[in-house]
Write a protein that binds this ligand. Structure first.
Ligand SMILES: [Fe+2]
Ligand SMILES: [Fe+2]
Length: 202
């Protein structure tokens, strides 16, 4: 098997002693603004953050701190993409390691593209960021071409677009299928959850 270009070359991140250390959410948003001038890319991360937090709370029964971890991982997972595409994931993880952030958040960020970064999702938080990342962007792309955006959007329409290779061609259907194969929730249910929870994110 060939080594992916962006492979991180490691599977352990951060220091276990930092468990429970979260970046205050205002600080995370400030960092996002500093690192990601592109508004559309920032919106992608805010959407993934909202969906991650909602899933943790509503589907995993997570407490506030745990839901905050899911949210932070979503919010920062692509924070180095715009300025350092050639070192995507590596830079943001190093930055967060310097800030002594909870290792689970770092591992989650590193899990958002197993084929790219060479890190396998281990827990539910890891698996869900992988599930949500491409699908969230795909659903937003579908909303942008609808006159009513998210209003009246249904799962069927999204499934149809997923089967249309020319629509949002850069979104890897293989990654989506691989991510979905790792969780117990059907694709249809995940799509509906994303529609419901990212439609109002700005
Ligand atoms: Fe990414
Ligand atoms: Fe992403």
């Amino acid at each position: 098997m060939s080594t992916p270009v962006l492979a991180l070359g490691r599977s352990s991140f951060g220091d276990p002693a930092n468990k429970g250390n979260l970046l205050p959410i205002e600080e995370a948003h400030a960092l996002l603004h500093e690192w990601v001038p592109n508004e559309r890319l920032r919106l992608h991360m805010k959407q993934v953050a909202a969906v991650m937090k909602a899933w943790a709370t509503e589907r995993e029964g997570a407490d506030e701190t745990t839901a905050g971890k899911w949210e932070l991982a979503g919010l920062l997972h692509d924070a180095d993409w715009e300025k350092h595409p050639e070192a995507h994931c590596r830079i943001i993880i190093e930055e967060l390691e310097k800030r002594n952030i909870d290792p689970e958040i770092l591992h989650c960020i590193a899990s958002h593209g197993p084929k790219h970064f060479g890190v396998e999702p281990q827990n539910t938080m890891d698996r869900m960021i992988y599930v949500f990342d491409e699908l969230s962007g795909f659903i937003h792309a579908a909303a942008l071409i609808r006159p009513t955006r998210y209003e009246g959007m249904d799962v069927k329409g999204i499934l149809k677009k997923l089967k249309t290779p020319s629509f949002a061609a850069q979104v890897s259907r293989d990654d989506i299928n691989d991510a979905i194969s790792r969780v117990d929730t059907p694709l249809e249910e995940i799509i509906q959850f994303i529609i419901d929870h990212q439609k109002d994110v700005q």
